[in-house]
Design a binder for this molecule. Structure first.
Ligand code: M6R
Length: 594
């Protein structure tokens, strides 16, 4: 994962480079660092933990003309200062920031003499990036051409920016399977970053690096080539929004803000879809090209896929399935790939497993739709069609508004494939739904949060749509409260999960379907008989310790409503445990490694 930044131009306060880097913190926050060059030479500052820790170490007067910076999510090697980027070669000549994984780093290590000090097996335990920069140094590279040729030896994924301390006006860049963007402002200052939003304060026109492209920046000129050193002229793209300031406004955390933004986000999506006629190409003729639909994603996006399957099957009566991207890449036997429509669901559009699954299916000639929140993301660029979700930037690691917007996009999409009339009704349904999202008792939710936060385990159950909500709810609780929350279909409780239940175990029962509720409550009573404490989210009255009563609405829309109290409970429980819900331990917002 990780995020990288590069700068070369007029003297600029290093703090400003750190500000740019902080917009990439969603890609990891295990450690951060910057290497800056000015007339006094080169200085590297790093710190473990979030970028705010690094910021404290940056001298106010430090101004730089050439800088590279990095925020890390540890893949190889622990989250220590030693493993933080930028890394400098032992001969002090080369400095690197790298996003991705060098797969053959052990082999590279065995080929260089400096290996004893930095080997992955040495006490220092060199990371893949440390070995790569040593490899570069050992190859005695003199020219940019040598740099490009050296990458014939490198296997893996990388977005790399290198400084050469002997050439303070230059940067060397390589990119494969990790995003990288470049831009220059009106004063010809050059910016590089893993996300163009980072430099949108300076310019909203940028260029996208494709895989196996390399760049040399020297004397404020950008020279881009392919792996055969053939020059490449690149088209510029424009960021749609101006600088999207990531501020919490008056909210204590991004997660809380994002939970409360859901009504607006849903309405914005409807307006945008109508104005831009986003769904006009997805009609019954389009659908007739396919005999099945597969939805692919990870984590919360996978849960959106599970609901999407139910929309497609209920509304269109065509077979559909939800696939976990990291597993689906091993599924070689898709029946009639050319008659299969794929929808790849991803908030970031940068999730490595989802991108890999898309590439595999594209090679087989399948039609691929990317349903993402980031219009310029890799997934959006590689798919045949894009379905934007219009949630606006989601900063908190825990996905909330992106999930409800993914569900609404899938609901609108399925209706569009049926008839125009159905689509119009669906638009109205979403707008009406958006007014009801917070019609639940907040005091009860606060009490539930207090109860769950005091426990080690929790079990979530539900049936059909409600089972998916139970899964998504359990994931929210797990990732930001560290309570071991597990979800199962209520019918599965006595096939294993019941063993977890002991005196006081929270049992979150999602029961919003009149026809199924009695069955769900039958299962929950078996857990209550063994000491579980029922926390019920239901459209029905039910005698229990905690009840969040929801209004009865169209069952297809219910998953967008019933998840909101659980998101809120997870947030509150996280705060009670002293956890920062925006940056839970061990996780990152964007998962760009397999
Ligand atoms: O960016 P994506 O939607 O592809 O991310 C997929 C998952 O990593 C993500 O949904 C994750 O499960 C969330 N942190 C859950 O809240």
């Amino acid at each position: 994962m990780c995020g990288i930044v590069g700068y070369i131009g007029q003297p600029r306060r290093a703090e400003e480079i750190v500000d740019i880097l902080s917009l990439l913190e969603y890609r990891g926050y295990d450690s951060a660092g910057i290497s800056g060059i000015n007339d006094d030479g080169c200085k590297i500052i790093k710190e473990v933990g979030s970028i705010s820790n690094l910021r404290k170490k940056i001298p106010q007067q430090w101004s730089v003309t050439n800088a590279i910076a990095h925020t890390r999510w540890a893949t190889h090697g622990a989250s220590t200062l030693q493993n933080a980027h930028p890394h400098q070669s032992l001969d002090k000549k080369w400095i690197i920031v790298h996003n991705g994984i060098i797969e053959n780093y052990k082999e590279l290590c065995s080929r260089i003499s400096a290996c004893a000090n930095i080997s992955p097996n040495s006490r220092g335990g060199g990371t893949d990036t440390q070995i790569l920069i040593e490899y570069i140094a050992n190859k005695n590279i003199d020219t940019f051409e040598d740099f490009v040729k050296l990458f014939q030896d490198i296997k893996g994924s990388y977005a790399i920016i290198c400084q050469n301390t002997q050439k303070p006006n230059e940067l060397y860049i390589a990119k494969k399977n990790s995003p990288l963007y470049i831009a220059s402002d009106k004063d010809n200052n050059i910016f590089l970053a893993s996300d163009p939003v980072c430099f949108s304060k300076y310019t909203n026109v940028y260029k996208t690096f494709n895989d196996n492209e390399f760049a040399h920046i020297h004397d404020q000129k950008i020279f881009i080539v392919d792996s055969e050193l053939r020059p490449i002229i690149k088209e510029s793209s424009k960021l749609k929004d101006d600088f999207v300031e990531q501020t919490k406004l008056d909210y204590a955390h991004f997660m809380l803000k994002e939970i409360y933004e859901q009504p607006d986000a849903l309405r914005r999506q409807v307006d945008f879809y109508k104005e831009q006629k986003i769904l006009s190409k997805f009609n019954s003729d389009f659908l007739s090209r396919f005999n099945q639909i597969k939805l692919v994603g990870c984590g919360t996006a996978y849960h959106a896929c599970m609901i999407g399957v139910k929309y497609i099957e209920n509304i269109l009566s065509i077979p559909a399935s939800a696939e976990i991207a990291s597993e689906f890449v091993y599924n070689t036997n898709v029946f009639e790939p050319k008659r299969t429509l794929y929808i790849f669901v991803s908030q970031s559009g940068e999730t490595a497993d989802t991108i890999k699954a898309l590439n595999i299916q594209k090679e087989k000639g399948a039609t691929c739709i990317a349903l993402t929140n980031v219009a310029y993301s890799t997934l959006s660029q590689q798919a045949d069609y894009c379905l934007p979700i219009c949630a606006g930037p989601e900063v908190s690691v825990a996905s909330t508004k992106a999930y409800t917007c993914q569900l609404s996009a899938l609901y609108l999409f399925a209706n569009a494939l049926k008839t125009n009339e159905d689509l119009e009704k669906a638009y109205n349904n979403i707008v009406e739904l958006s007014t009801k999202l917070f019609d639940f008792n907040i005091e009860t939710a606060d009490k539930i949060a207090e109860y769950i936060s005091s426990k080690r385990d929790a079990v979530f159950i539900g049936k059909n749509f409600d089972f998916v909500t139970a899964r998504e709810g359990a994931l929210k609780i797990k990732e930001i409260t560290y309570v071991n929350a597990n979800a199962c279909p209520s019918g599965e409780l006595k096939h294993g999960y019941l063993a977890i239940v002991e005196e006081g175990t929270p049992l979150v029962v999602v029961a919003t379907d009149e026809e199924l509720n009695s069955k769900v409550f039958n299962s929950s009573s078996e857990a209550v008989a063994r000491g579980a404490v029922e926390i019920v989210i239901s459209t029905d009255d039910h005698e229990c310790k905690y009840l969040i009563k929801l209004k009865k609405i169209n069952p297809l829309l219910m998953p967008m409503l019933s998840i909101v109290p659980i998101q809120y409970i997870a947030y509150k429980a996280s705060i009670l445990k002293g956890i920062n819900p925006d940056k839970p331990r061990n996780l990152a917002k964007s998962v760009t490694v397999e």
